[in-house]
Design a protein around this ligand. Structure first.
Ligand code: KDG
Length: 319
């Protein structure tokens, strides 16, 4: 099958309202939704991308479609739903970092079903080098969960690499269900992109090497453990061996970490889809994520390739 797209993601996009300062009543409108953030990050890295989702036939759904149009994200696989709204979320900031509050129950995206995959959506998955999904895509409803598993299966059959970010959000589902579904998804993916906090909360593993062993034992052939400002630990099956490497982090001044993990995923997948080795793709993604936390909101600060390349060059010159 000819691969038209480098990276396609499936999930829910949201309109974001981000508190401008801790305690402030002013909220800046932006955009979010982890898989949408990741696919925009990949587009800004130079990849050909598509997004698969459902939005309301409302002003926020239109705003998201306009955003994707500006960002050169193919939206053939985005359906509008006249009966259910586009989801929204609020970001508040405090001493513990940022927190999310959602108004998304019953949203258009949560009404996706496996039947919706038939036709153009399945076609786009088959025409992609990578399909990216997340724990949030699984969490938003039972039918969305079924849809994501069916999409992962379609991708596997079409020779499309399957990427999965655990993105555990315990406001969206109970821990026991999250554990069962996320474990299943890890067993169906090629590239697993968890954070240490997610796996600690899910299965009680706190050591990076133990997390990598657990994910490989479930079936993921590549694991990229995101460690925030400490960089990443990557591990890849090569023949009968597993090769592990630590990718150092970047010290930067943090403004807002919303979407930094999605930025990392989108940039990593854009580079992998173009044939870059995992370690180089992870170094690139790390630099991109470091840049993204210096701006405000999930989408606005996602960097473009020239800024990431300049950051990598500066880091090399200093070492
Ligand atoms: O990773 C950032 C996302 O979590 C944010 O944009 C909103 O997708 C979102 C969610 O469901 O938490």
């Amino acid at each position: 099958m000819h691969k038209t797209y480098d990276v396609t993601a499936l999930g829910e996009a949201l309109v974001e309202f981000n508190q401008t300062r801790p305690g402030d009543r002013r909220f800046l409108q932006g955009f979010g939704g982890d898989t949408s953030n990741a696919v925009i990050a990949a587009a800004r890295a130079g990849a050909q991308v598509a997004y698969l989702s459902r939005v309301g036939d409302d002003a926020f759904g239109q705003a998201l479609l306009d955003l994707w149009h500006e960002e050169k994200v193919d939206v053939e696989g985005v359906e509008r739903d006249a009966a259910h709204p586009t989801g929204i979320y609020f970001v508040t900031h405090g001493e513990q970092g940022h927190a999310f509050s959602y108004l998304r129950a019953g949203s258009a995206a949560s009404h996706m079903t496996p039947q919706w995959l038939d036709g153009p959506v399945a076609q786009t998955i088959a025409q992609s080098r990578v399909l990216h999904v997340s724990g949030i895509s699984l969490a938003i409803s039972a039918t969305a969960c079924d849809t994501v598993f069916a999409a992962m299966q379609l991708a596997r059959e079409a020779g499309t690499l399957v990427s999965f970010d655990s993105n555990l959000r315990l406001k969206l589902w109970p821990l026991a269900r999250a554990r069962a579904c996320i474990t299943q998804a890890v067993s169906m993916c090629d590239v697993f992109l968890p954070s240490l906090e997610d796996v600690a909360a899910l299965v009680g593993l706190h050591e990076p090497d133990a997390v990598i062993d657990w994910a490989h034992a479930l079936g993921a052939s590549s694991v990229v453990l995101k460690l925030g400002s400490d960089g990443a630990l990557i591990s890849q099956r090569v023949g009968d061996e597993y090769r592990r490497e630590r990718i150092p982090g970047h010290a930067v001044e943090l403004v807002d970490a919303t979407g930094a993990g999605d930025c990392f995923c989108g940039n990593l997948l854009a580079r992998l889809a173009r044939g870059q080795p995992l370690a180089d793709a992870a170094r690139y993604a790390n630099a991109a994520a470091a840049l993204s936390v210096q701006g405000f909101g999930a989408v606005a600060p996602l960097p473009r390739a020239d800024a990431v390349i300049a950051r990598l060059r500066d880091t090399n010159d200093r070492s």
